[in-house]
Structures are given as C-alpha cells and as structure tokens.
Write a protein that binds this ligand. Structure first.
Ligand code: CDP
Length: 213
C-alpha cells in the first residue's frame, strides 16, 4: 500500500510552511516544500540570465539543469553543485520571477514527477499550491490553509522579506496550468485568528481520525 500523502495548499505567506513542518514532525513524516523546487528553477534561470519568458529555451534546458532534489534528515532539499540552496531561494529576484516560471506547463510536468517520487516509499507532508488538486488528487488528506490578505502581508513583512505576495497570488490563481485552488474535498482552515499550534492540532487530529477508520 502507498504511504500516506498529506497535501497542504494555500496562498503566499498563509503560514503553510510553518504548519506543514510541524505536522510532519508530529506525524514522523517527511516534509516536502514544493515552492522551494519552483524557486530553485527560477533562481537557476536568473543566475544564467535566462528570462522566464524564454519558454522554449527553458523547456529544452530542463532535463540538463544541474539541480538535485533530495532529502536531508526529514525534509526535502535542493542542491546545486553539491551545496544546499537556502537564502538564494528567497532572493527578491526569485520572488519576482517564480510565479511566472511556475506557470510554464513543462516546468510543472518536470517537477510533478519528482514530487510524486518522494511519496513512492515514504509518508510525506507536501506543501504547495496544487498538491491536493494535481499532485495527489486521490489522497484523503487535503488541507487548504489561508489567512486574510492583511494578516499574510504582515506575516511576510515580519520575516523581513521583500515580496509582492498579492502579485504572486494573482499569477498563481489565474494561470491555466494547475492554478492555486482549493480542492473540493479539502478542509479549509482560515488561520487569521488561530495560533500555529491550533492549526497543527486541527490537521493532525483530522489525519489521525482518518487513519484510524
Ligand atoms: O512561501 P510562499 O507561500 O511565499 O511561496 P512558496 O510556497 O515558496 O512558492 C513560491 C511560488 O512557487 C508560488 O508563488 C508559486 O508561483 C510557485 N508554486 C507553484 O506554482 N506550485 C507549487 N506547488 C508550489 C509553489
């Protein structure tokens, strides 16, 4: 039997990452940050002076991009030339281009295979925009985590990051291929007035209840 896949989707700065990491820890599953995978591609293209609008060039280049999507301890990593990418992924240039890169269907197909591979042998908590709708449409564990635009803007500002989240959300929700959307069978959690612990408990309780049935 395939190991469980917990899908956590939602808009930018909704608190998904924090929550998904803690849910993974609590359940003993591997945490997979799919945003980091899209960000790594956007970073590589920027580093090599390739514009996100050069879709044909990007499509041809994809199989040869020397990024490695791996795992360390219990979370996903992206390596470039043997080094784990960290601060590079939240560079302002990446924040600006990532949603344009993520709208390229070939980029999504390329990463989709890698994302599903993580779940072949192990239980995962995967965080992104299309996990419940596209990556694992059959999983019974789907959560759509959101917060009001004001709360999300304040959360991102508190991280000290320059990030036009409204712009990214617009791109993510309006793209033709795998847009940001709540799967019809996902549990909606508005975190605007909830603590992190409350959100984590809500999800883990639901997962455990479903697992025991
Ligand atoms: O952390 P934050 O919510 O700001 O963003 P992220 O999860 O790191 O994702 C960065 C960008 O990658 C998003 O704005 C989307 O354009 C794209 N993305 C996507 O298209 N599909 C996913 N499953 C995950 C991220």
């Amino acid at each position: 039997m395939k190991p469980p896949a917990i899908a956590i989707d939602g808009p930018a700065a909704s608190g998904k990452s924090t929550v998904a990491k803690l849910v993974a820890k609590e359940l003993g599953y591997t945490f997979i940050n799919t945003g980091a995978m899209y960000r790594a591609i956007a970073w590589y293209l920027h580093e090599h002076g390739i514009s996100p609008s050069e879709t044909e060039k990007i499509t041809a280049l994809l199989p040869d991009i020397p990024l490695e999507f791996g795992k360390e301890d219990s979370h996903s990593t992206v390596l470039y030339a043997g080094d784990v990418l960290t601060h590079q992924l939240t560079d302002p240039a990446v924040n600006e281009s990532v949603s344009i890169v993520a709208a390229i269907p070939e980029v999504r197909t390329f990463l989709l295979r890698k994302q599903r591979e993580y779940n072949r042998t192990e239980a995962v908590v995967m965080e992104g925009r299309d996990i419940g709708s596209v990556v694992f449409p059959d999983t019974p564990f789907k959560y759509f985590v959101t917060a009001s635009p004001e709360v999300r803007a304040a959360r991102r500002a508190a991280q000290g990051l320059t990030d036009s989240i409204a712009e990214r959300d617009k791109n993510d929700a309006s793209r033709a291929c795998a847009p940001l959307a709540q799967a019809p069978d996902a549990l909606l959690i508005d975190t605007s007035h909830m603590t992190v612990e409350e959100v984590v408990n809500r999800i883990t309780q639901d997962v455990r209840a479903k697992l025991s049935h």
